[in-house]
Write a protein that binds this ligand. Structure first.
Ligand code: HEM
Ligand code: SF4
Length: 532
């Protein structure tokens, strides 16, 4: 058994909550290494770069929150933390520099406003993602938020789900714009339609076994199952429990659901699921995902008459608590107090009436976190980097902002481009599914160790997903903006992905022939050389 399995076998991770008061009284140094791991069941991560200080991850199902919750998050960050809040690409928030002595108090304050940190780390079902404009978008086929909420309530705090072989990512969206990276999730429900007795029934198809990160990239496999909304909680739960009971618990970088799917194959998995739910499942319906993508940044009409939502970019997802509280106030003044965190380091203020929209867009905070960012800033995403993450090779967030600023104005503003940064191969910044993916590393220049990146290009999610391809290695961060100026014009999907007719790529398989990769790399290098 690996070390984490031993820790779990000794005691369920959820039980650590009973010891929080004691830890608070005795201080962080009294907490054993095993218990430091168990604290991750409650989103508490002791960060090595800041000894004695914890990062706290708060679960926000579907990214949906209210102004009163945001105000408490802001208060906690200001009173007990460093005053900053990170909005993550799983639509949750992270607070930093918290001391264990304040945690019981902080947990009480979160609970009072209906927030929990439960099962946001380790081998649990992580925050369930969904479209941030669910219930608002005229394109949506099934309003999925309620289903996310029900599934979340069934899982969180339930010991049946608190000892999985590894983390488990779920996304559920009823909208054709696949904004939540369905193909990279362990379990994704994507919109679909079935004809039943001459009527169109809208529901979901199941995709299974997607993953990103250091153990390899795998695009989720369709399971040939259609789910009506009323079956979602039952079938998804059964599927997670299949993984709990049959997933490998050996080497941790081979434990994700993807490996069980590879091992069993789709057919065996499907019949095991039918056996578990005790009835035959309906074959997949027509997949309703389209080719369009949206970060939901901008001012858009809702399906409700005379109503609008406004999506704001929070550059690299980091915001001062007082500013977030300011935005919560605007959500109350102009909307209904809702604030929705999105997957793309942004947030959405919904339910703004036509009469109020003009005034809202004039507010200085709305101009600061703009609803109309440049194309470079719009698609910019970054993991946390070496400020707080001990695995990081480089500082990603500030570097991402700096490079974006240097590039702004140098590239045509019309070209939509996603630029994603990960500080190490764990790939938390999703660099492998971005137009431009940047993976941090250290390199030598003379006798100095400097920060650098490998550049990946041409990744994308959606109905025809593509794995990004490494086109350049060892580019020093201080020269990156100049290099990208030349690389970005090469970002056309046709150039990056000349292979036709192949839809799903298996783990570790390169989507582009090596020769084509080399040709692109040489072209870029040639252009850079001739222009200096
Ligand atoms: C061995 C693999 C991995 C390790 C060790 C790892 C580690 C970490 C750590 C330490 C953090 C928190 C850093 C901080 O904010 O202080 C983090 C956050 C995060 N990671 Fe990873 N990670 C791994 C794989 C992945 C993968 C494959 C993804 C998906 C693409 C991912 C997505 C995220 C996200 C979205 C966050 C932000 C918090 C959240 O909303 O869950 N990670 N990861
Ligand atoms: S990608 Fe690496 S550096 Fe970035 S948050 Fe994940 S583990 Fe840390």
């Amino acid at each position: 058994m690996n070390k984490i399995e031993l820790i779990k076998a000794e005691r369920d991770g959820l039980e650590i909550k009973n010891e929080l008061q004691r830890f608070a009284e005795e201080g962080w140094e009294s907490i054993s290494e095993d218990n430091i791991q168990r604290l991750k069941w409650y989103g508490l991560f002791l960060r090595n770069p800041t000894p004695g200080f914890f990062m706290l991850r708060v679960r926000i199902p579907n990214g949906f929150s209210f102004s009163y919750q945001v105000r408490v998050l802001g208060y906690i960050a200001q009173t007990y933390g460093n005053g900053e809040i990170d909005i993550t690409t799983r639509q949750q928030v992270q607070l930093r520099n918290l001391k264990i002595e304040n945690i019981p108090n902080i947990f009480n304050q979160l609970e009072e406003v209906g927030l929990t940190t439960s099962q946001t780390g380790m081998d649990n079902v992580r925050n369930i993602m969904g479209c941030p404009v669910s219930g608002l978008s005229p394109k949506e086929k099934v309003d999925s938020y309620l289903l996310v909420k029900m599934l979340n309530e069934h899982i969180v705090g339930n010991p049946e789900f608190s000892n999985l072989p590894r983390k488990f990512n779920i996304t559920l969206s009823g909208c054709p714009d696949d904004c939540v990276h369905a193909e990279t999730q362990d379990l994704a429900l994507v919109p679909a339609v079935q004809e039943k007795s001459g009527k169109s029934v809208y529901g979901f198809n199941i995709l299974l076994g997607g993953k990103l990160g250091s153990g390899g990239y795998r695009i989720a496999t369709p399971l040939d199952v259609f789910l009506c909304p009323e079956d979602v909680v039952e079938v998804c739960s059964a599927l997670i429990l299949l993984y709990r009971d049959h997933g490998s618990r050996d080497v941790r970088n081979k434990n994700r659901l993807a490996f069980l799917v590879e091992d069993w194959g789709e057919k065996k998995f499907r019949s095991a699921l039918e056996e578990r739910v005790g009835r035959p499942l309906t074959p997949a319906g027509v997949d309703l995902r389209g080719n369009e993508k949206s970060e939901h940044i901008g001012a858009y009409r809702q399906k409700q008459a005379f109503m609008n939502y406004v999506g704001l970019k929070i550059p690299v997802g980091r915001i001062r608590a007082e500013k977030l509280k300011g935005l919560a106030q605007l959500a109350e003044k102009y909307g209904n107090g809702e604030i929705r965190f999105s997957h793309s380091n942004s947030l959405v203020i919904p339910n703004v009436s036509d009469q109020k929209l003009g005034d809202m867009l004039e507010e200085s905070l709305i101009k600061e976190f703009t609803y109309n960012p440049s194309s470079i800033l719009r698609g910019l995403v970054s993991c946390v980097g070496s400020d707080y993450c001990n695995l990081a090779a480089i500082e990603t967030k500030s570097m991402a902002l700096k490079v974006a600023e240097q590039l702004e104005g140098k590239l045509p503003d019309t070209m939509p481009i996603n630029m994603h940064w990960s500080g190490c191969p764990a790939g938390c910044g999703n660099h492998l599914v971005a137009d431009i993916g940047l993976l941090g590393k250290k390199m030598r220049r003379g006798n100095k160790v400097i920060e650098a990146v490998d550049i990946y290009m041409g990744g994308r999610t959606g109905i025809d997903p593509k794995l990004a391809v490494k086109v350049m290695e060892d580019v020093p961060c201080d020269q990156l903006a100049q290099v990208l100026e030349f690389v970005v014009p090469y970002h056309t999907r046709e150039k990056m992905h000349p292979i036709k007719g192949k839809k799903y790529y298996r783990r570790r398989e390169s989507p582009m022939p090596v020769q084509t990769q080399k040709r692109i790399q040489n072209n870029i290098l040639e252009e850079i050389k001739t222009s200096y």
